[in-house]
Design a binder for this molecule. Structure first.
Ligand code: IMP
Length: 432
């Protein structure tokens, strides 16, 4: 059975939580393949709001079993909290959650290092220690989930960190936020407690998923962040430290690339970004304030106000190419109701002439100016619409233009936060 991958087409916060939740209904497995608790996936179940940061959103559906793959980085203290929170809210994790024994750990000193190195302000990170944890992984000095389960190895590793941290703080002429001896005592105790909570869920998830593949079961790979936050293909250095694109599902879960047949790209009907870095279609002033307020654009993880702008189809076209997107899930369309003239960027003007794709690095992207097309807006509320034929003509025209420029069909449109607020989009030849 082919595998489905779900990816963000922009800079994260596209509304992937809802898309995963809907697709999960039909899945046997939902697996996170990258990032850590820097992600924030929001799902509304009736009046209840769930914000998940590490455990796949599939856990909120009855059917699928969920995997946190080795491509992720896991903060055990945070994961323990998320597991407790879900259990308290009646979500059963037993026999439904599997944690890779090979995922690297985010430990409290990674957050310290992130601040010490100034990554948090320079890049505008989520301050969760994600970058330093991946740095340790690539530097081959990280600790993995399997090491957490060995109390002796964990203590030795944490004690080794004391010397490293002391050196780093001394070189920077600063004191650590807490005396190191005390901190390491506390971390050792807290990690040992988290290890016991996690232990029954830890396993070889590569083997698990391969067995599922062989048995013909359906697997959804849940991407975190977005294409343009990818470490290799995003707007470097204003990126996260993991592989956020569809191909990341192969390395982050150990699945064969040939199995990744369906790729759903989640794209907001406009654009948002948190953190630093170029953003060609960014709005400023009152226009930005108004769109931010309409869309409730505040970070699910950090609460920061998101930067907002028009939909950038140059970017979307590139996301379609890089990820091999087979269908777009367009979110937050209802937010555009009442805007008289809606703009979309269809090309860039650069110092070297016109461009139909984004340059691969942040400094050059910062020099790009968007070339806009203006499309008519609509006044009707979309929130109770459930059929394509009932959507205003202006909405249909907006969708068609997205498809033409991005080179990929739109499969569904989200028109509100509830699970049911979705309009399926028929294939172009069946739209009447
Ligand atoms: P880090 O992942 O915390 O290292 O942050 C690096 C960059 O990625 C910053 O610009 C963050 O704001 C951004 N980022 C990380 N995770 C998310 C996410 O889930 N949604 C949106 N932006 C994110």
């Amino acid at each position: 059975m082919p595998v489905t991958v779900l990816v963000g087409c922009q800079w994260g916060d596209e509304g992937k939580g809802k898309a995963v939740d809907l697709l999960s209904e039909r899945m046997d497995w939902v697996a996170r393949y990258g990032g850590g608790h820097n992600a924030g996936h929001t799902v509304f179940l009736g009046r209840e709001k769930f914000v998940l940061h590490l455990i796949p959103c599939g856990i909120l559906q009855k059917r699928p079993r969920c995997v946190i793959g080795h491509g992720t980085v896991i903060d055990p203290l945070y994961l323990q909290q998320e597991m407790n929170l879900l259990t308290q809210r009646g979500v059963n994790l037993n026999g439904r959650l599997y944690i890779s024994d090979c995922a690297h750990l985010v430990l409290p000193y990674h957050r310290w290092l992130e601040t010490l190195e100034g990554q948090d302000t320079r890049i505008g990170t989520t301050r969760r220690g994600i970058g330093p944890a991946y740095q340790d992984k690539a530097g081959r000095c990280g600790l993995r989930v399997r090491d957490l389960l060995d109390a002796g190895a964990l203590r030795v590793h944490l004690e080794d960190q004391a010397a490293r941290l002391e050196g780093r703080y001394r070189a920077a002429g600063q004191d650590p936020p807490e005396p190191l001896g005390l901190a390491i005592e506390g971390w050792t105790r807290a990690c040992a407690e988290a290890a016991e909570v996690m232990r029954p869920f830890v396993t070889d998830t590569v083997d698990l998923l391969h067995r599922a593949l062989q048995a013909g079961q359906r697997i959804l790979c849940e991407g975190a962040q977005g294409t343009f936050l990818d470490l290799d293909l995003g707007t470097y250095p204003y990126v996260t430290s993991s592989s956020t694109i569809a191909a990341g599902a192969a390395t982050g879960l150990g699945l064969p690339p040939s199995a990744l047949r369906t790729v759903v790209g989640v794209c907001k009907a406009y654009t948002t970004r948190v953190g630093e870095g170029p953003f060609p279609t960014e709005l400023a002033g009152e226009e930005a304030e108004s769109l931010r307020a309409r869309g409730g654009e505040y970070g699910a993880t950090t609460g920061r106000p998101r930067r907002v702008g028009w939909l950038d189809l140059v970017q979307l076209r590139q996301a379609v190419r890089i990820n091999g997107i087979t269908g777009i899930f367009l979110t937050k369309m209802d937010v555009l109701t009442g805007i008289a003239k809606i703009r979309v960027a269809t090309a860039y003007v650069t110092p070297d002439g016109a461009a139909d794709r984004p340059p691969p690095d942040a400094p050059r992207l910062a020099l790009c100016r968007p070339e806009y097309e203006d499309l008519p807006g609509w006044e009707e509320s979309l929130r109770s619409t459930r059929r394509w034929i009932d959507l205003p003509e202006a909405v249909q025209a907006y969708v068609r233009r997205i498809e033409e420029v991005a080179g990929c069909r739109v499969q569904a449109i989200s028109v509100g936060s509830p699970r049911t607020a979705v309009v399926p989009v028929p294939a172009p030849d069946r739209r009447g």
